[in-house]
Write a protein that binds this ligand. Structure first.
Ligand code: PGA
Length: 258
């Protein structure tokens, strides 16, 4: 079973001072955490500072996006090489807000995934259906398309290093999380697609996180699902206590799986 991975997606939140305080607290309180991987994804402008606060702590730092080209005339954009240079190890790609607010299409996300691997960054590849797609029974169809288009042309070794975050759009920031059964159903479907395309061994190494209104209240039951290997946490990752509670519940889960 892949090692659980809990990631805080800070989005466009926190001041520099708040980000510093949160990262410093996580560093202090997550010393010696075992069995669970933890990461945070601050806004671009805070990455360098947070990388330096968390250096050597074992807590991963990721960006929330990157450009699909290595460099060039792309005003306002940030390259993967820049992220590597300042110490980021991970990058969230294809987040639903990138897809639906900024119009990122599958092909763009695929180009970003390929480049992230080429640069040695570990992508957290997000996908998930919109409310109307679920209501009209197209969840599997959408996830199938997003997964296949996103992974197009990746080497099998790259796929095995992937973290996928299943984030139903209707659950993000709404306070209405997918039920553990709803999430598990889609996670199993994703695992099945990976198995078919890349074989049992590779598919069993891919970490599939759930994201969308995760809180300490629903963490245990979500993580109790066999195909949920971690969580991508938005709102609840902005407060030290709630995020640490989620991480400690993930550790608890390892000790005594339900
Ligand atoms: P949320 O966000 O936990 O605030 O719903 C999750 C995400 O968008 O990654």
């Amino acid at each position: 079973m892949p090692r659980p991975f809990i990631v805080g997606n800070w989005k466009m939140n926190l001041s520099l001072q708040e980000a510093r305080i949160l990262a410093t607290a996580l560093r202090k309180r997550l010393v010696g955490v075992e069995g669970v991987d933890v990461g945070v994804c601050p806004a671009f402008v805070f990455l360098m500072e947070i990388c330096s606060i968390l250096k050597g702590s074992g807590i991963f730092v990721g960006a929330q996006n990157m450009h699909w080209e290595r460099k060039g005339a792309f005003t306002g954009e940030v390259s993967g090489e820049m992220l590597k240079e300042i110490g980021c190890t991970h990058v969230i790609l294809g987040h639903s807000e990138r897809r639906h607010v900024f119009g990122e299409i599958d092909q763009v996300i695929n180009a970003k995934l390929r480049l992230a691997f080429a640069l040695g960054l570990r992508p957290i590849f997000c996908l998930g259906e919109k409310p109307e797609e679920r209501e009209s029974g197209r969840t599997f169809q959408v996830v199938d398309r997003q997964l296949k288009a996103g992974l197009e042309g990746l080497e099998i070794e790259e796929v095995s290093l992937l973290t996928i975050a299943y984030e139903p759009v209707w659950a993000i920031g709404t306070g209405k999380n997918a039920t553990p059964a709803q999430a598990e159903e889609v996670h199993s479907y994703i695992r099945g697609l990976l198995k078919k395309a890349y074989g049992e061994e590779v598919s069993s190494q891919v970490r599939i996180q759930y994201g969308g209104s995760v809180t300490p209240q629903n963490t245990a039951e979500l993580l109790a699902q066999p195909e949920i290997n971690g969580l991508l946490v938005g709102g609840a990752s902005l407060k030290e206590e709630t995020f640490l509670k989620i991480v400690s519940m993930a550790m608890e889960q390892l000790r005594s799986p339900i």
